[in-house]
Write a protein that binds this ligand. Structure first.
Ligand code: ADP
Ligand code: MG
Length: 327
């Protein structure tokens, strides 16, 4: 009897001091890794992965039968019934599309396919190929009917890819799930979209030195999202072509190599990181100023770094770069 009581006490103490669990998986074409401490960490972990697998089945353009797949394979002008999450993300995406003057544009899947990014068979398309479909690669060709829960594409060349915003949403939802399970501290990394529950330090990857970090951020209960030209790219005839496309249908050449956005709403941070990558510092300034609660760190080809809407949480690691705090 005494032994049983002791065992129960040890188990209780272990649970009070917090259970820790880690898991990695490959979802949505990227690595998802979570580390959770305290509360119902194991239950939270399983709930998060179950939820992410559901989202993948709904949102992946590569999974037959997903909402996005059905939109991309529908007849032009024919409404497609979709779920609430698809409607929500398309609405958010369209808002940032308008706000960024088309720099953030999830209707460019057909162009990404021309470049071969989705399947990995990359190549430089002819200008005529790009110009031939460019006018249709616009959210203006995607009609969202929230009342009927249907989405209609107006051209067969209009294809959607929510890859530039969905990982942020997954980070938000993973954080919510961790909180619901009383988890005290968690690092939720959805392919580089990180949500930190509790406090800790997050390293920003170096855009030009593989495996090294560029700077450190001391954060608590906030998301850190980085978009850059160094994760997915190919080289042809000495030129680098990366996967974030500008409104002209070519990889963005704004002078920026990475953009990090820090804020509570990872969905918005994700879309804005891509938008600012495309716009560059000068054209992106107005957009960044529209979000005073979000901090932006932009890194340029010229080895300069700017911090916008500073919150005093950034420390540069690579001293060969200069930092300017933009007031
Ligand atoms: P990553 O974490 O892969 O760097 P991003 O959040 O920067 O992702 O978004 C890039 C993904 O979004 C691409 O894989 C592509 O599917 C899509 N994409 C490419 N260019 C744009 C753009 N200008 N606006 C919105 N989405 C884009
Ligand atoms: Mg993004």
């Amino acid at each position: 009897m005494k032994k049983t009581a002791l065992l129960i006490l040890i188990v209780c103490l272990m649970c009070l001091s917090g259970c820790t669990t880690e898991k990695q998986s490959f979802l949505f074409g990227t690595i998802v890794s979570v580390r959770l401490e305290g509360g119902k960490a194991y239950k939270a972990r399983d709930a998060i992965f179950g939820m992410l697998e559901d989202y993948e089945r709904t949102l992946s353009p590569d999974i037959e039968g997903s909402d996005v797949y059905r939109i991309n394979h529908s007849e032009a002008n024919t409404p497609v019934q979709v779920s609430d999450v698809t409607l929500f993300l398309l609405r958010e995406a369209k808002r940032v599309f308008v706000e960024s003057g088309g720099a953030f544009n999830p209707a460019m899947r057909a162009l990404s396919e021309l470049w071969g990014f989705p399947g990995g068979l990359t190549r430089v398309p002819a200008k005529e190929e790009i110009d031939g479909i460019l006018p249709y690669c616009s959210m203006d060709y995607v009609v969202i009917d929230e009342v009927k829960s249907v989405v209609t594409r107006l051209s067969e060349y209009t294809k959607i890819d929510l890859g530039g915003i969905a990982k942020g949403y997954f980070a938000d939802k993973s954080y919510e799930t961790a909180c619901e399970h009383g988890v005290g501290r968690a690092v939720l990394n959805i392919g580089g979209n990180i949500y930190m529950a509790g406090s800790g330090t997050i390293a920003i990857s170096h855009p030009r030195a593989d495996g090294e970090f560029f700077g450190l951020l001391r954060v608590s209960d906030v998301s850190v999202v980085t978009s850059g030209d160094y994760e997915r790219y190919f080289e042809a005839e000495g030129k680098r072509y990366h996967h974030i496309l500008a409104p002209d249908g070519y990889p963005s050449r704004s002078g920026l190599v990475s953009v990090t956005v820090i804020g509570k709403n990872s969905t918005v941070c994700d879309a804005l990181a891509t938008a600012v990558m495309v716009l560059g510092e000068e054209c992106g300034e107005e957009l960044m100023r529209n979000y005073p609660d979000l901090m932006f760190i932009t890194v340029s080809e010229q080895k300069t770094c700017s911090v916008w809407n500073d919150k005093g949480i950034f420390e540069l690691s690579d001293e060969s770069y200069s930092v300017t705090y933009r007031k």
